[in-house]
Ligand binder design. Structure first.
Ligand code: ADP
Ligand code: MG
Length: 282
């Protein structure tokens, strides 16, 4: 797609100088760029309009992603700066997050508990803020959690998020989405579900992965994996501290009504523990 791909150092609206490719998602490419006026670095998500026209659900999805990002400004959420469009492309200008995905950290193995606590606290703080604005993310996983140059976590990719007006009269969401390994049982069952409760399940899977270095629900057979998720069938490795074990087992509860709430999480000993030394970001 050579002609459609912006060439290096191309000027965008005389405002941004486009640089190298940072990452590629399902329908967008994200580039490094620099403001011409201030020389400040930014990240620009480029979406091809012809791709938008080919998929009838995409314009609504992009609109939602943009309105949600404008709604949830928080230190642990990737900041949206502006949106520009030409006839062929949409450009979403965002804060640049330089440390890569939490995914690549986890891929190298489990984290020490104090570092996992630091990331988990930041994740919960961002998710709590989203829920207070009526937004559920619905695709929380280490690939969508970026790390900045201070080692602080930033939630990104609100492409599958839901706004309050998306819910029906019963206040429940009905769209099946997310990534199987991180998706809550009630979402898989395609009954109505509470998006906030479903996000907390994903937070539980993320916490498990950070502390274990592997996924709680895994199977080469997809149906068997779903069954493990429905039944919340998983084994906590012996190296988890008793408090970490307690928190994980309060989050990975199949019945959303019995799952721990964010306000309860914030009072659990594992979260409240003060670490003697500040954890060293990797
Ligand atoms: P998609 O919605 O298509 O999955 P994402 O928003 O997840 O696209 O972006 C794709 C990839 O680009 C991400 O996985 C990440 O590696 C990179 N990326 C996205 N946003 C930023 C950002 N603000 N700063 C740096 N890299 C980013
Ligand atoms: Mg993504």
């Amino acid at each position: 797609d050579a002609p459609a791909t912006p060439s290096a150092s191309k000027l965008l609206f005389n405002k941004y100088k486009l640089g190298r490719l940072l990452g590629q998602g399902t329908f967008a490419k994200v580039y490094h760029a620099r403001s011409v006026l201030s020389a400040d670095p930014v990240a620009i998500k480029v979406i091809q309009q012809d791709q938008v026209r080919r998929d009838p659900s995409l314009p609504a999805q992009i609109q939602r992603e943009i309105s949600v990002m404008r709604l949830v400004r928080h230190p642990n959420i990737v900041e949206i700066k502006e949106v520009m469009a030409t006839r062929s492309r949409i450009f979403v200008v965002m804060e640049l997050v330089r440390g890569g995905e939490l995914f690549s950290l986890v891929a190298r193995g489990r984290l020490p508990e104090d570092l996992a606590r630091r990331y988990f606290r930041q994740l919960v703080s961002a998710v709590d803020f989203c829920h207070s604005r009526g937004v559920s993310h619905r695709d929380l996983k280490p690939e969508n959690l970026l790390l900045d140059h201070h080692g602080d976590l930033k939630v990104s990719d609100f492409g599958l998020s839901a706004l309050p007006d998306q819910t029906r009269q019963d206040g429940m969401l009905h769209t099946q989405c997310g990534t199987p390994a991180y998706v809550a049982p009630e979402v898989l069952l395609s009954k109505g579900y509470d998006g906030a409760k479903a996000d907390l399940w994903s937070c539980g899977v993320i916490l498990f992965v950070l502390l274990a270095g592997f996924l709680p629900f895994q199977d080469e057979n997809l149906m068997r994996m779903y069954r493990k998720v429905y039944r919340a069938e998983y084994r906590i490795p012996p190296w988890f501290s008793p408090d970490a074990r307690r928190l994980v087992s309060r989050l990975l509860v199949a019945d959303p009504e019995k799952r721990v709430s964010i306000s309860e999480i914030l009072n659990l000993p594992w979260i409240r523990r003060a670490d003697p030394h500040p954890p060293i970001p990797i």
